[in-house]
Design a protein around this ligand. Structure first.
Ligand code: PBG
Length: 335
């Protein structure tokens, strides 16, 4: 930054902060409905809507019940959703084979949503954790999550989801080399325009706890430990390598996850690569804010908006947030 010699009282930085209009005019970042992605939990069955214990006011919906929710939200500016399936334990196995079934819950849901809302962006995770009986994102071989064997399954999962009509594939498994495998598979099967939004820097975080309840993967392996593939929270140089590799392997956009504790990573990646970056305000962050608000320790509305604008300030182009429906409704009311 060029140095200006600012001295008091010729400069009083508070002048622009004094009134609402000047605060608005000088605001460097803005949160709009174009910034929000809604992560949604889906389940089998008819007319189901089930609250997730560790995530107050967040539900798993059956496909028929998600359609009216989406209808309401698309009308007020929802751009994209990310689907996460809740799979019953008796349908899970060692290799997550349901992930490759073109008639599985996610594929049926994508088709149904596209039927009614062809313009809504649909994001599907590429990872096996909702489908494996051990809850890991990959397949286990000799007591380890095996990278290369997992990739050979993930690229098939990606293709099945692309065929169902998914717009954006989001590999969230953190295997090495999966983006290039998925990209090659898409190219050679005629899905040249399918986007890849890679969870490039995904940390081994305790903040995913409530999500694992939501998709029922937490109770399976005790304690579930993804440290051999998700990143060490102490590292940031490594995140730059992850991102650069994913971009060179064919990712169009990248995700940093979790969100608020990792704003420095968003900022560094934006600075270094100038690519579209998405933050994931994860389940644990949602539940922290909700429970503090429930206790009366902080104001819910203020906490939501402050957390989201901070993602923008750090350099995110958009944010996955469980608060997305709530915020869209608020934005719509204040219009
Ligand atoms: C799994 C996946 C996880 C999340 C999104 N995809 C959890 C995990 O890695 O165990 C977490 C999302 C959240 O906590 O909200 N592939």
């Amino acid at each position: 930054m060029k140095k200006i010699n600012r001295t008091f009282p010729s400069t009083r930085l508070r002048r622009t902060r004094m009134q609402k209009f000047s605060r608005n005019l000088t605001s460097e970042n803005l949160l709009t409905s174009n910034d929000l992605i809604w992560p949604v939990f889906i389940m089998d069955g008819q007319n189901k809507k089930k609250e997730i214990k560790s995530m107050p006011l967040i539900y798993r919906y059956s496909i028929d019940n998600i359609i009216p929710e989406i209808d309401r939200l698309v009308k007020i500016g929802l751009q994209a959703i990310a689907l996460f399936p809740y799979i019953e334990n008796n349908k899970k196995d060692q290799t997550g084979s349901l992930a490759l079934d073109s008639d599985n819950l996610v594929c049926r849901c994508v088709k149904e949503i596209k039927k009614y809302f062809p313009e809504l962006g649909i994001i599907c995770d590429v990872a096996l954790d909702p489908y494996t009986s051990h809850g890991h994102d990959g397949i286990i071989h000799n007591d380890k999550v095996n990278n290369d064997k997992t990739i050979s399954i993930l690229k098939k999962q990606a293709l099945v989801q692309a065929e169902a009509g998914c717009d954006i594939l989001a590999p969230s498994d953190m295997m090495d080399g999966r983006v290039s495998s998925i990209r090659k598979t898409l190219e050679s099967n005629g899905f040249k325009d399918t986007l890849i939004m890679s969870y490039s820097a995904k940390y081994a975080s305790c903040f995913y706890g409530p999500f694992r309840d939501a998709i029922q993967s937490s109770k399976l392996l005790k304690p579930i430990n993804k440290k051999s593939y998700q990143m060490n929270p102490a590292n940031s140089n490594e995140a730059l390598y992850e991102v650069s590799m994913d971009i060179s392997e064919g990712a169009d956009m990248i995700i940093i996850k979790p969100g608020l504790p990792y704003l420095d990573i968003i900022s560094k990646c934006k600075e270094e690569f100038k690519i579209p970056i998405f933050a994931y305000q994860v389940s644990g962050e949602y539940s922290m804010i909700m429970s503090a608000a429930k206790m009366g320790f902080l104001n819910l509305e203020d906490a939501i908006l402050e957390s989201l604008i901070c993602f923008k300030r750090a350099g995110s182009d958009g944010i996955f947030s469980y608060f997305a429906p709530h915020v869209l409704e608020k934005m719509n009311k204040s219009r």
